[in-house]
Design a protein around this ligand. Structure first.
Ligand SMILES: Nc1ncnc2c1ncn2[C@@H]1O[C@H](COP(=O)(O)OP(=O)(O)OP(=O)(O)O)[C@@H](O)[C@H]1O
Length: 258
């Protein structure tokens, strides 16, 4: 059985059908990219998987449990995580405190005014930071971190609920090529080490082709292709929808920059 089974998933916003009968599977230990041009329905699909949006029709099962009528909290509890965007919210906290806050949220603890955040889950938070290579920077202010390091901390926070499936919405947006590759190599390692699944959206085709085990392509709400980098690159429908968008599918020449 697949970890995640999406069947005939549909979302209409009034007359606008954002997701139109989408089917796909995702297995433990797999890094699956969800790609497609702007407005294809990627974010809407994501938001239905984690319960932020209610599907108009169709089914989403995690290990056989139907998610479509569950609230986001229950879905998180069942093992669907999502990377946080900490930049705006928790810049005033230290690195480790950010992860502690994510652990607090997951464990439904009520934060007490009289007990500083530093008192909760420090050890567990340090263990998560070690997994993303950020334990040596645990007590720094998050606001001082380089962007690539912020993304690592976000990844550690996403692991706070020990997810079976982690959703990552454009994880490498705004990053330089080297940082991008480091973050995706780390993500891939976590997928293997933890035997979890990752579903990620991404606009950088280089990242997708280099790291995804498999990819699915949406266009105007419909799934138009599914397969390996090679299959997607050569898929006529994919080439058609990307034609003119500036995203190319040529094979990389030897020595080309990722
Ligand atoms: N809350 C909403 N209300 C109405 N229409 C929406 C809403 N959210 C998304 N849509 C529409 O649904 C379609 C799919 O949008 P979605 O954001 O899922 O695409 P996307 O593939 O994530 O695009 P992008 O790559 O630009 O983020 C678009 O036509 C969009 O305008």
């Amino acid at each position: 059985m697949s970890l995640l089974e999406v069947r005939n998933l549909r979302k209409a916003f009034g007359g606008n059908i954002a997701v139109d009968g989408v089917n796909f599977d995702l297995h433990a230990g797999e890094l699956l990219a969800l790609i497609g041009p702007n407005g294809a329905g990627k974010t809407t699909t994501f938001n239905m998987v984690n319960g932020q949006l209610r599907a108009t029709a169709g089914s989403i099962k995690l290990n056989g449990t139907e998610l479509t009528r569950l609230p986001p909290r229950e879905i998180a509890y069942l093992g669907v995580g999502r990377t946080f965007q900490i930049a705006a919210t928790f810049a005033s906290l230290t690195v480790v405190e950010n992860v502690q806050m994510a652990l607090l949220a997951h464990n439904r603890k009520v934060y007490s005014f009289w007990k500083p955040a530093a008192a909760y889950y420090r050890e567990k938070a340090m263990a998560l930071l070690a997994q993303v290579g950020m334990d040596s920077q645990a007590d720094r202010a998050s606001s001082e971190l380089a962007y690539g390091d912020v993304k690592r901390v976000e990844l550690a926070m996403g692991l706070a609920n020990d997810p079976k499936l982690l959703l990552m919405d454009e994880p490498t947006a705004g990053m330089a090529p080297k940082e991008r590759n480091d973050l995706m190599a780390l993500t891939k390692k976590l997928v293997v080490d933890r035997n979890m699944a990752v579903l990620f959206t991404e606009h950088s085709m280089d990242v997708v082709f280099a790291y995804a085990d498999r990819m699915i392509v949406l266009a105007r709400g419909q799934l138009i292709a599914e397969g390996s980098a090679e299959e997607i690159r050569n898929h006529p429908k994919v080439q058609e929808v990307y034609f003119g968008t500036g995203k190319t599918f040529e094979k990389k020449t030897a020595g080309a920059q990722a």
